[in-house]
Design a protein around this ligand. Sequence first.
Ligand code: FAD
Length: 470
Amino acid sequence: MKSMTVHHIEEISAIVKTGRILTNESDRFSYSFDASFGTYLPDVVIQTKNVEELAELVKFANREKVPVYPRGQATCLSGGPLPVKGGMVFDLSIMDDVLEINEEDLIAIVSPGVLTSDIHKAAEQKGLMYPPDPSSSHVSTIGGNLAENSGGPRGLKYGVTKDYVIGLEIITPQGEIIQTGGRTVKNVTGYDLTKLIVGSEGTLGIITKAILRLIPKPPASETVMAIFDSLVDAGRAISKILSSGILPSKMELMDQASIVAVENYEPSGLPKDADAMILIELDGHPAAVRDEAEQVSQVCKEVGVREVRVPQTKAEKEDVWKARKLVSPAIVRIKPTKISEDATVPRSKIPEMCRRLQEIKKKYNLHLVVFGHAGDGNLHPNIIADKSDKEEMLRVEKAVAEIFEAAIALGGTLSGEHGIGTMKAPFMEMELGAAGLNMMKSIKQALDPNNIMNPGKIFPEPGQKLVLSK
Ligand SMILES: Cc1cc2nc3c(=O)[nH]c(=O)nc-3n(C[C@H](O)[C@H](O)[C@H](O)COP(=O)(O)OP(=O)(O)OC[C@H]3O[C@@H](n4cnc5c(N)ncnc54)[C@H](O)[C@@H]3O)c2cc1C
């Protein structure tokens, strides 16, 4: 990779006629970090809504072998948008002008910079639903969600971003503008490039438009809060509910550390002495969800729940879900550095994973908080530490590696939704094996032979290790 020259900046200025080119260090610094670790200064930041200009810039980058880093709102938890090799950052959060809902075709057409929560609101106004609901939906872009294949609490019943994308417009690493898929729900014409791009973390192209599938909004929902004296019992309740013939729309876990953190942050009567809490949402026909809420309460009683609460009013239900949303901001009050993992295990292994996480927490004497989308095995073990404490960060590095090893040993995966980025690249071979990883590398090499699209992500550099202690 070349570092950029004055001549390069002149070429870029000749291409970008409608947007802005940021070269001041203070401007570039704002694009040097995301919600994970590390700071990397890009050489230049481009803000333009013009797809043709972006495509020309990619052609220039491909010719001059300059790295291109697509970026949404930088809420990534795995280092995805970090410009680790300098070059150009494309600020796609400004491309937010298209948000069309088509009720007849049950689709939404969106620009990449549209916030996901704005898609939720627009669909709901027409009695429809865009199911993927990452907890960051009010601050993250649909472009970032597509690139990361993001999921959320509703993933349990409705799946993740890839399940709702039927078409894309992308700029290829050669700077061509192409369409994949289309407006039809069924489409088997050739390779499924749409699904290849979704989840590719900006390494195979830049998404400049998306066609999303919508579904009718369920007419009713019920919430159940189940409080447990043992985290492992909560894990057992999750497995039992899922095998009882009921499919909740959400099933979220909060361990004692997250309950205490939220209650200290914004008191709402959460049981600070409980070891764990599960929050369950059932959606569908009003009579069916009432009946299912009773069944869920019964299953929890069978595994020794301490207390079951069923909020009655809309406001009470919202309070329950607000508690879950507050976990992330609340836990960083304990210590300033949050290492947010999303290792995921098969549902039947949730109790065993909970047990292993408790062991890791004890072994390394760390603030390990467990919460997340437990219903689909996507626990979020978060380690709360202080990055200025080098000795503690060394223990964090070891604990993170053991969390990944535990998840994989239980038949799980490194990441259920946050992606690989820089943070999990060193562990890729552990999950995929050398041959599996090589197949992915071959796809990257075939589509982006000059490695200009988001270089330094997903694939480990030789000898790369997770380093958080520097
Ligand atoms: C408090 C908090 C809660 C979160 N909760 C969840 C959750 O519940 N579920 C979940 O899945 N994630 C969650 N995340 C992670 C994060 O919000 C998601 O990964 C989100 O999709 C990132 O969107 P973004 O706009 O911030 O993208 P960025 O962080 O800017 O970029 C993410 C990746 O997408 C690429 N990219 C961005 N735009 C494009 C584009 N148009 N074309 C090609 N590539 C592009 C970037 O290169 C990068 O690799 C959470 C993060 C935070 C901080």
